[in-house]
Ligand binder design. Structure first.
Ligand SMILES: Nc1nc2c(ncn2[C@@H]2O[C@H](COP(=O)(O)OP(=O)(O)OP(=O)(O)O)[C@@H](O)[C@H]2O)c(=O)[nH]1
Ligand SMILES: [Mg+2]
Length: 482
């Protein structure tokens, strides 16, 4: 166990009903005891304060937290010299049964910022160090209370921007990613151990047809890894919001639509074609989903230098988008600018909004669908940004497109971190190499090098290094060396 004791204000820095200071480390109880008066002591303390002791001695008190049982709650006061600071409840959680797996004392005090800071100062004055951000969770990891992916989930949980992201983090925290990764790793290590043992003791291990057997095991493992990667993008969408880019020709009503979603006049709207020149980014929440929305310059051929740059920007954003909202001014005929936009839509998820439904219709739904006959993954909705029509249908459509009608992510395992995704990709590459070695009829020791790589790559997800555990596994499973 680490020897120094850390402390931090664990609750929000705002006026709240209660505030909590968390103290963790070997000396957590000792430190808090020094500034705490328990039930037994405070009548005597108040008498001593009023009357003083006859010999003028310091106030004598009992130190109850040091001896307190784990998972107990203690009522009393925090004091500084003769001064009472606050009335508090202290929870005692002894190592290893605490969040950090160390001794943890939590001071539940009244929520004022000044009180919290004052008590924090006292805790530090009595021997604790101010914790670094995330240090409690880091200790939980270092002390083996959680693995790396679980620790990351705690961070995600705190930063969750919406309820789906929250669900995903809770799932990861519960260890769903870890348990899959662990399972994959244990299957890999089994094969490595088999190969090592067979090389060492060829008489007792039969390697006939082993290549085929290994191939089919790898096939299954690889499929699982692929599935996790497939969900990685969903995970990012959940965390960061759906990258949504609004495109259309000038004057279609793109900025009006953004303003409509925002509920305020953020973007400049005029009847002059080419009003928006630079991209404007806003975060929007639609029924629990975050959209990162970008309004762009209307797409058309132009000789204006500034507008040209704006149009290029619009194309670039569209290329990187998760979702494109293509706004069509349905009161004017389609033209060559719309043709250009169709090119941009290739291979993208998109929603076509036939805007200005309050005006006479020049573009019908069928007309646009005819234009889009080579596309599959899209929806067409009639709206009027001016009259607030069709907005709800847009919301529902976004939900449907991303969540298959209802949120089904909750019970699935989602990899939310790029680090995980990269590790998974690396593991898959190694599987591919092993397969190639098998096909090329290479000897078994070639397989184990790539299997080790895959094992190590997956291990990085849960923060484990190869090393001792590999050696132990080999001995445990196969009693090599006899
Ligand atoms: N009648 C009607 N007018 C609309 C509607 N939506 C937008 N407009 C008008 O169309 C004009 C252009 O709107 P903008 O939102 O600036 O269009 P834009 O697509 O952002 O245009 P650029 O920034 O120039 O590319 C404005 O005069 C809006 O008031 C609608 O649903 N109905
Ligand atoms: Mg605009």
């Amino acid at each position: 166990m680490r020897s120094d004791t850390i402390a931090a204000i664990a609750t929000a820095f705002s006026e709240a009903g209660i505030g909590i200071i968390r103290v963790s480390g070997e000396d957590a109880f000792g430190i808090v005891d020094r500034i705490f008066l328990g039930k037994k002591d405070f009548p005597a303390f108040f008498r001593w304060k009023e009357e003083g002791s006859p010999e003028g001695k310091e106030f004598q008190k009992t130190y109850i937290l040091e001896r307190a049982k784990t998972y107990t709650l203690h009522y009393g006061y925090i004091y500084d010299g003769e001064k009472i600071i606050d009335e508090v409840l202290i929870s005692v959680m002894r190592a290893p049964g605490s969040y950090t797996a160390e001794n943890v004392a939590e001071i539940n005090c009244h929520g004022g910022i000044l009180i919290l800071q004052k008590i924090m100062e006292l805790v530090v004055k009595n021997g604790a160090r101010v914790a670094e951000p995330g240090e409690f969770t880091k200790r939980a990891f270092l002390n083996g209370r959680m693995d790396l992916s679980e620790a990351e989930a705690v961070m995600d949980l705190i930063q969750s921007k919406n309820e789906f992201a929250l669900e995903a983090s809770v799932n990861q925290l519960k260890g769903s990613v870890s348990s899959i990764i662990k399972e994959l790793r244990s299957r890999i290590i089994y094969e490595i151990a088999f190969i090592e043992s067979a090389l060492d003791d060829p008489e007792n291990y039969d390697t006939d047809g082993y290549g085929e057997r290994l191939s089919s095991v790898l096939y299954e493992i690889d499929e699982k890894a692929e599935e996790l990667i497939r969900h990685a993008d969903d995970g990012r969408i959940l965390k960061e919001g759906i990258q949504t880019v609004i495109i259309g020709k000038p004057n279609a009503g793109k900025s009006s639509f953004l303003n409509e979603l925002l509920g305020e006049e953020k973007a400049i709207v005029t009847d002059i074609a080419g009003t928006t020149r630079d991209a404007l980014e806003e975060n929007i929440r639609l029924g629990g989903i975050s959209l990162h929305m970008i309004d762009t310059a209307g797409i058309r051929k132009t000789e204006d230098t500034v507008e040209k740059i704006g149009v290029e920007k619009a194309r670039k954003y569209a290329k990187e988008a998760d979702l494109i909202v293509y706004i069509v001014d349905s009161s004017v005929d389609l033209d060559e600018s719309d043709e250009e936009i169709l090119e941009i839509l290739k291979d993208k998820h998109f929603i076509v909004l036939l805007n200005k439904s309050d005006l006479d219709m020049a573009v019908t739904e069928n007309q646009i669908k005819e234009k889009l006959k080579d596309f599959s993954d899209y929806e067409v909705i009639r709206i009027s940004a001016l009259q607030h029509e069709g907005i709800e249908e847009f919301e529902e459509t976004v939900r449907r497109m991303f969540f298959g009608g209802k949120v089904s992510f909750n019970n699935e395992v989602i990899i939310t971190s790029m680090r995980h995704k990269e590790a998974l990709l690396e593991a898959r590459e190694s599987f591919c190499m092993v397969r190639r070695s098998i096909e090329d009829g290479m000897s078994e020791d070639f397989y184990s090098i790539d299997l080790m790589n895959a094992y190590a790559a997956l291990g990085r997800i849960i923060g484990e290094e190869v090393g001792d555990d590999l050696v132990n596994e080999i001995f445990e499973k196969f009693c090599m060396g006899k």
